[in-house]
Write a new protein. Structure first.
Length: 123
């Protein structure tokens, strides 16, 4: 089971072979893929997003479970951000991975490794 950081989805949809292989392996093994609602916002916020990229992102997200930000995740994210000095979006993504009990796939291991109880996999 995995939670995808925003950059994992960007690299996947842009065709990065190593990221695609890792995500395809997860899909083939039936592993649930979770995505924080904040990741969805970050993906569609990019000012130069093309129509094709938007479509590819929407298609990819249709196969993921989107985790909304409820009060429990928001509180945990706030605590993570305060204790570990993470930005709000990263705190929410970390809290989402902890909430789902999954490994976080990211290229941003530097910031996330500060959260000691979070399992992080570099892609």
């Amino acid at each position: 089971m995995i939670t995808l950081d925003t950059n994992a989805i960007i690299y996947h949809t842009s065709g990065d072979a190593s990221v695609r292989d890792r995500i395809i392996r997860a899909i083939e093994h039936g592993a649930p893929m979770y995505v924080s609602a904040i990741t969805v916002a970050e993906l569609f916020r990019f000012p130069k997003l093309t129509v094709q990229e938007e479509s590819a992102t929407s298609l990819f997200l249709s196969g993921c479970s989107i985790i909304t930000i409820d009060a429990a995740i928001a509180q945990h994210a706030g605590i993570i951000g305060r204790i570990h000095g993470l930005k709000l979006a990263d705190s929410i993504i970390a809290a989402t991975a902890l909430f789902t009990g999954t490994t976080l796939l990211t290229r941003n291991t530097h910031d996330f490794k500060r959260v000691t109880d979070l399992v992080v996999e570099r892609i």
